[in-house]
Ligand binder design. Structure first.
Ligand code: FES
Ligand SMILES: [Fe+2]
Length: 387
C-alpha cells in the first residue's frame, strides 16, 4: 500500500475502499463509494475541507466588462455578487446587507452605480463599502468599518474563479499545464455567448464525472456523437498532479459541419490546428471542451445540501470568430449542439443519482477508457488524508 495512505488513513473510507482506488483489485480500479454521492455528513465535510479551499469557476470576465457590471451566483447558500468596480477591479462580494442581512442585489445581472438594499435603503459602493444609512446615522456605528464581506477572486485566461480561502495560492500556479494551449488560442479574449442554467438535483461530482471521459459517447451520446467520435477514439492527454484531459479524434476526419465553422483563425491561432477537440479538467471542478474557435464549460452552483445544486452550461468564442461573415449561423449551430449534448449529460447525471443510493452497491468497475476517473478519485481521496 502507498506509504502515505498507510500512515495517514483517510476519514470516511475503509481500508478496502482505499485499496480499490489506489491500487485496484485484480487490475480493475474502483471509484469512491456510493455514499459519497448522497451522505449529508460527507457533503458538509467536503464543503468545509475541500470545496471552500478550491478555486471555483463563476463565469467569464467579459460578463462584467465595464465598471458597475455585475452578476450574481449562489455557492453553499452564500449569495454572492461579482462586480467590476470603478477602479476596473473585479470583486466577489457577499451579497448581504450588514443592517439586518437582507440580500441586497436581486439575482440576475445588470449594471449599477451603487448597491442599495431595498429593505431600508442602506447604500454600498461597488467595492462593498457602506456609504449611507437611511434617515440618520446610528450613533456608535462608523460606516468606514462596515462593508459587504469579500471573497478571493482571480481571473485566469478570462475565466473568473472565487475562493473562500483567503490564503489560497493564485490560480495561475495551479493550472500551469493548461497555459500553452490556452495562450495559443487566445482564450483570455473569448466572449461568453451561451449561459443556460439547469437544475442539478444530484451530487456535484456526478456533473463533472459525466464529462470526464469519452467512453459515454457509446451510451448517452450514441446518436449524436458516437458515429463521428467513437468512444474508442478518446485518449488521455495533459496529465499533471491537478489536471487531466482527453483528446477525441474523428473517425473519418472532421465532418464539414464541425470544421472551422467560423472560417480560418488568424495568425498563431490557426497554426498547428489538428482537428481534434480536447476536454480538459482541472480538479476538482474546472472542465472545458476547448478548441481554437470555442470553449464549452460548466459553472456549478453548489447547494446547501448534497443534492440541491444548480449548474450553468456556457460557451465562449474568440472575437475574430464573432466578427466573421457567418458568425450568426455558426454561433447558432455551436450553441444548439452544446445544449443538446448537455441535455444528454443531464440525463446521465439523473440516472446515476437514481442508482447510486442503492445499498447493494459495491465498488464501481472502471473501464480502461476511464483512467481519468481514477486519477480524479485519487486526487479526491488525498483530500481526506487528515490528522
Ligand atoms: S436589511 Fe438592508 S437596509 Fe435593512
Ligand atoms: Fe457527455
Amino acid at each position: 500500500m502507498n506509504v502515505q495512505t498507510a500512515t495517514r488513513h483517510p476519514r470516511f473510507f475503509t481500508e478496502d475502499e482505499v485499496l480499490a482506488i489506489r491500487e485496484g483489485v485484480n487490475g480493475v480500479f474502483g471509484g469512491i463509494p456510493s455514499r459519497f454521492y448522497y451522505d449529508e455528513e460527507i457533503y458538509q465535510w467536503e464543503v468545509e475541507n475541500i470545496l471552500k479551499k478550491q478555486w471555483l469557476l463563476v463565469g467569464r470576465a467579459d460578463e462584467a466588462a465595464n465598471p458597475g457590471d455585475y452578476f450574481t451566483i449562489r455557492m453553499f447558500d452564500e449569495p454572492i455578487v461579482i462586480v467590476r468596480g470603478k477602479d476596473q477591479k473585479l470583486r466577489a462580494l457577499i451579497n448581504v446587507c450588514q443592517h439586518r442581512f437582507a440580500q441586497i442585489v436581486e439575482e440576475g445581472r445588470g449594471n449599477a452605480k451603487l448597491f442599495m438594499c431595498p429593505f431600508h435603503r442602506w447604500t454600498y459602493a461597488l467595492d462593498g463599502q457602506l456609504m449611507g444609512i437611511s434617515v440618520q446615522d446610528i450613533p456608535g456605528v462608523n460606516k468606514k468599518d462596515c462593508r459587504m464581506p469579500e471573497l478571493r477572486l482571480d481571473v485566469w485566461h478570462g475565466f473568473v474563479f472565487i475562493n473562500f480561502d483567503a490564503n489560497a495560492e493564485p490560480i495561475a500556479n495551479q493550472y500551469k499545464a493548461l497555459d500553452p494551449v490556452f495562450e495559443t488560442w487566445g482564450v483570455a479574449d473569448f466572449e461568453c455567448r451561451l449561459n443556460d442554467q439547469f437544475d442539478a438535483p444530484w451530487n456535484w461530482k456526478i456533473t463533472y464525472e459525466a464529462g470526464m471521459e469519452g467512453y459515454h459517447h457509446v451510451g448517452v451520446h450514441h446518436d449524436r456523437i458516437e458515429a463521428d467520435i467513437p468512444a474508442k477514439h478518446t485518449d488521455i492527454i495533459c496529465e499533471s498532479e491537478i489536471t487531466t484531459g482527453y483528446r477525441m479524434w474523428w473517425k473519418d476526419g472532421m465532418p464539414e459541419k464541425y470544421r472551422q465553422p467560423f472560417g480560418t483563425p488568424p495568425g498563431e491561432m490557426g497554426v498547428d490546428w489538428d482537428d481534434d477537440p480536447r476536454v480538459l479538467f482541472g480538479f476538482p471542478t474546472f472542465n472545458t471542451w476547448i478548441n481554437n474557435y470555442q470553449s464549452t464549460y460548466i459553472v456549478f452552483e453548489y447547494g446547501a445540501t448534497a443534492l440541491t445544486g444548480k449548474g450553468r452550461i456556457c460557451q465562449a468564442f474568440p472575437k475574430w470568430a464573432l466578427e466573421t461573415e457567418h458568425a450568426e449561423e455558426a454561433l447558432k449551430f455551436n450553441t444548439e449542439f452544446a445544449r443538446e449534448v448537455q441535455y444528454e449529460d443531464e440525463f446521465a447525471s439523473r440516472i446515476v443519482q437514481q442508482g447510486i443510493t442503492s445499498k447493494t452497491n459495491g465498488r464501481a468497475l472502471f473501464h480502461p477508457l476511464e483512467k481519468q476517473m481514477n486519477r480524479f478519485h485519487n486526487w479526491y481521496l488525498d483530500r481526506f488524508l487528515v490528522g
